[in-house]
Design a protein around this ligand. Structure first.
Ligand code: ADP
Ligand code: MG
Length: 644
């Protein structure tokens, strides 16, 4: 290196005065070595990084890989247009050299490199204008800060100071007439730069690990960290000359070029699933928001899936660099079963490596992903029933909750809803769309009933009328339905009603003459009311009962009985609404009771029977509060019935 090459001329390198505080400090030792002061805010920032930022020191590896990959990306770009390229034949790659004995870590890339000016401006100053404000806030909060926020300020390089006391950067920019420089700093107040002989393009960063961080000179450790962060970096990564990243950024391949085996492998790699996915979806969005995504739907829900809401789903990459797998904002909760990768260039490179939860970009991405996934599922629903049902069986419960939270996509989710009905055989599922096509011409409402299992549902007295008249009823057996169905309330302009509710109009079609007269009906109703008192809201003659003597109904404002049960499970003090008791004026029992009532209105059997009827309907609903009284009364009846 010749002294004539001394670079300290301001005119030549466009250094601002501020950058050159006290240069040429160490002329005796090496006339080429120049010392620079960090700017005041940089000093504060470094202090914070060294002492309080980042809870996980291993992120420095990710930051270095990220910078190397950025530098390679930039080089790849300038190479397209520029003529005088240094070592044009040199392969694009990243090489890490570890020496566990000396505890050294070296990372070298063949990327764009840095000029002197860039070294000073990029490595010596804080790029983001928000940083000062950030620092002021930290001061206000008395230095207790969320270390995760630091990534937002584009100072990833300095995270290396978490594991070392001094960094050396040797770099040479990509043009043939560039020079090599060595930048050295302890990350305190100043750094030095000297010109060096460097033959090759790119940047080499070297440091000695502090004792407590020696393990980062161990290739197994570094490999496992790399696997997590950068396995899909597009350039080869070598550790001590061994290539460690094998899987390519599949989502950057064209759809036609995808090979299913690779996709399966990739899916397994990112999910730790041992089965291949049920299906995948590739997106390549350009325009309002730019991103590529490779999304998978697993065959089977991971264990504890519904309970473990922190489960990882999408991995976010920014230009092929892994950012995070815990950005929940990329997907609505009800699509949490989707796995895969989203890679966007639209997050500024200096935006958060640690936590980007809600940014305008993530929101845009979420909106696109949501509608694409719903569309994808709709396609299965219409064209691949078997797949859809398999999917729905695993993740339907979660999907259904979407109607309660995503108003924008509510209609699409409702179309994806599947359930059993009185028209389907045991485990078959149907949809609203199919239901509507089967509706009778005169039917203008959609009916459902909730219950635990199909058998019990079909014995529900309120179901008798529908069965007899062959009107389809939707069976809701999933507890989630209790929450989501009330949000649907209408489909295709037809109201959706619970058959357990009182506000359904029934044709009174029982022409049977052996029905109680209107007068007798009114009298027995009064009797029921006086015996039951405020245990019921009302007693009415039923138009819907066929075989049963009575049934309980919910008032039009009340909650479904099943829903009430859920509420009570969550809140012990929750009091359900009172019921309406409907009685069947054609049923022999009711007629017998009316007869007794007309001659002996205080008869004990009459009174007991009325209570027994009411409590029996409560029992069917699952709400009998006094089973012992019920049983004892029944014993009384049996004693009388068996008397000789
Ligand atoms: P960010 O990457 O978010 O810009 P960093 O603190 O990680 O912030 O890096 C600061 C800057 O230093 C980069 O923007 C880049 O200009 C420069 N730099 C860091 N590492 C390299 C490298 N390996 N090759 C070229 N330039 C680099
Ligand atoms: Mg960086």
């Amino acid at each position: 290196m010749t002294k004539n090459n001394n670079f300290s001329s301001k005119e030549h390198y466009f250094l601002s005065k501020n950058d050159l505080i006290g240069f040429n400090m160490s002329t005796e030792a090496n006339s080429n070595l120049q010392q620079f002061e960090f700017k005041a805010e940089m000093k504060q920032l470094l202090n914070l990084i060294v002492h309080s930022l980042y809870t996980h020191p291993e992120v420095f590896i990710r930051e270095l890989i990220s910078n190397a990959s950025d530098a390679l990306n930039k080089f790849r770009f300038v190479r397209l247009t520029e003529q005088s390229i240094l070592n044009p034949e040199k392969e694009l790659g990243i090489s890490i050299t570890l020496d566990p004995e000396k505890s050294t870590f070296t990372i070298e890339d063949s990327g764009i490199g840095m000029t002197l000016e860039e070294l000073v401006n990029q490595l010596g100053t804080v790029a983001s204008s928000g940083t000062l404000e950030f620092l002021e806030n930290i001061k206000k909060q008395n230095n207790s800060i969320d270390g995760n926020l630091i990534g937002q300020f584009g100072v990833g390089f300095y995270s290396v100071y978490m594991v070392t006391n001094e960094i050396t950067v040797e770099t040479r920019s990509y043009t043939t007439d560039s020079k090599g420089y060595r930048w050295v700093s302890k990350g305190e107040n100043s750094y030095t730069i000297e010109e060096i002989e460097k033959e090759t393009r790119g940047t080499k960063i070297t440091f000695t690990l502090m004792d407590e961080h020696k393990s980062y000179a161990n290739d197994t450790t570094v490999k496992s960290i790399l696997k997590k962060y950068s396995n899909f970096v597009e350039y080869d990564i070598l550790i001590n000359d061994e290539k460690v990243n094998s899987i390519q950024a599949l989502w950057h391949k064209k759809k036609e070029e995808q090979n299913e085996e690779d996709l399966d492998e990739f899916y397994k790699f990112i999910t730790n699933d041992f089965e291949k996915p049920l299906g995948y979806l590739q997106l390549n969005l350009e325009g309002n928001i730019n991103f590529k995504a490779l999304l998978f739907i697993p065959q089977t829900a991971p264990p504890m899936f519904l309970r473990d809401a922190t489960d990882k789903s999408l991995h976010l990459y920014c230009n092929k660099i892994f950012i995070s797998d815990s950005i929940t904002d990329l997907l609505p909760e009800y699509l949490r079963f989707v796995r895969g990768v989203v890679d966007t260039e639209d997050l500024p490179l200096n935006v958060s490596r640690e936590v980007i939860q809600s940014t305008p970009q993530t929101t845009k991405i979420r909106n696109v992903i949501t509608s694409k996934v719903l569309q994808f599922l709709e396609d299965w629903l219409n064209n691949d029933k078997e797949k859809y049902d398999k999917f729905f069986n695993q993740f339907g419960s979660l999907l259904k909750t979407g109607v309660t939270s995503d108003y924008q996509n509510r209609d699409k989710i409702i179309d994806l809803y599947k359930f059993q009905s009185s028209n389907t055989s045991n485990y078959e599922l149907t949809t609203f769309k199919e239901y509507v096509t089967r509706m009778k011409p005169e039917q203008n409402e959609i009916y459902y009933v909730a219950g635990d299992v199909r058998d019990n549902i079909e014995k529900n007295p309120n179901f008798e009328y529908f069965k007899k008249n062959n009107i389809e009823v939707i069976y809701l057996t999933d507890p989630v339905d209790m929450f989501s169905f009330p949000y649907i309330y209408e489909y295709d302009k037809k109201q959706i009603k619970s058959i357990d509710k009182s506000d359904i109009k029934f044709e009174d079609e029982s022409e049977s003459d052996d029905k109680l007269t209107e007068n007798d009906s009114a009298t027995i109703i009064e009797k029921f009311k006086s015996v039951l008192g405020d245990r019921v809201e009302d007693v009415k003659i039923s138009n819907r009962l066929v075989d049963s003597p009575a049934s309980l109904l919910v008032g039009s404002q009340g909650l479904d009985p099943q829903m009430e049960k859920m509420m009570q499970m969550m809140d012990k003090d929750y009091k359900g609404g009172k019921r309406i008791l409907e009685i069947n004026a054609s049923h022999p029992l009711i007629k017998n009771l009316a007869k007794i009532n007309s001659t002996d209105s205080n008869n004990q059997i009459l009174n007991d029977s009325i209570v027994q009827i009411f409590e029996g309907t409560s029992l069917i609903e699952g709400y009998l509060k006094s089973p012992i009284d019920f049983y004892n009364r029944m014993v009384g009846f049996m004693v009388k019935a068996t008397k000789e």
